[in-house]
Design a protein around this ligand. Structure first.
Ligand SMILES: [Zn+2]
Length: 253
């Protein structure tokens, strides 16, 4: 099981450089004992970057896996099990994913509040644009405008984003299980990492990377609406550059 350094706290996601050891190799797939690279999951796409080993730099092209994290690198590599490597995550992509993911939580939570408990039934977090599938809903222009206005209002307030560990029961007493999609989580998992925006403006179990304050999001702009059938509609959005951006931590973890 790879230690997921990006998950240790909200702040941990601001680190981009780490030292690790190669513990397994299968062709061009590398497993490390610890990693800052986020693997595909929860709708969020993987981080890219570089592994620097004894024989030079290798690009990380794809990252997958929830237990052992598989870093897919260029085929031409000379790494062997036991090698020490220094990993560096591509910050622009990482930070874009953090901003997009926190914006998704806010939009999903606010939509639930505004539109009769509408659920988020899917999402895709990418660096340039992201999307959320809502059900049941039929958005008109006024509804979309209202959603974006309320979300951008919270962004402008500069709400703190925090994380903690809670039991399912604790989460269910704060937020309706429909809103947090509690039914999608395996019943065997008791303690969950939750990400909270402001003072319970939103609270949701999540293993993704997030910003530390909503002021880092910029402004949400909707760029598309699409019907996906059976009462599901997909909203696509992007984020305009915020006035406040954070730099990555220079610390090597
Ligand atoms: Zn999430």
């Amino acid at each position: 099981m790879t230690v997921k350094l990006y998950l240790e706290s909200i702040e941990a996601a601001y680190a981009r450089t780490f030292d690790a050891q190669v513990v397994a190799i299968d062709g061009n797939s590398i497993v490390l004992d610890r990693t800052l690279f986020y693997p595909l999951g929860g709708g969020q796409y993987w981080d890219t970057g570089v592994l620097s080993g004894p024989n030079g730099d290798i690009n990380v092209q794809e990252v997958r896996g929830r237990g052992d994290v598989q870093h897919t690198v260029e085929t031409e590599h000379q790494l062997v099990v036991g090698d020490e490597v220094r990993g560096t995550v591509d910050w622009d992509t990482r930070y874009a994913h953090m901003r997009m993911h926190t914006a998704q939580h806010l939009m999903s939570g606010i939509a639930y509040e505004l539109f009769n408990g509408v659920r988020t039934v899917g999402n895709q977090i990418h660096a340039e644009k992201s999307r959320i599938d809502f059900n049941p809903i039929s958005f008109d222009e006024a509804m979309m405008e209202r959603l974006v206005d309320v979300v951008n209002g919270h962004i402008n307030t500069g709400l703190k984003v925090s994380d903690s560990v809670m039991t399912r029961e604790e989460i269910n007493t704060i937020m309706p299980p429909d809103r947090t999609n509690m039914n999608l989580l395996p019943a065997s998992v008791r303690d969950l990492r939750v990400v909270q925006i402001g003072d319970q403006v939103d609270l949701c179990p999540c293993a993704g990377t997030h910003v530390s304050n909503t002021s880092e999001l910029g402004r949400v702009e909707l760029i598309g609406k699409k019907s996906k059938g059976k009462g599901t509609q997909r909203l696509s959005y992007h984020l305009l550059t915020p006035s406040f951006v954070r730099s990555p931590s220079s610390k090597i973890v």
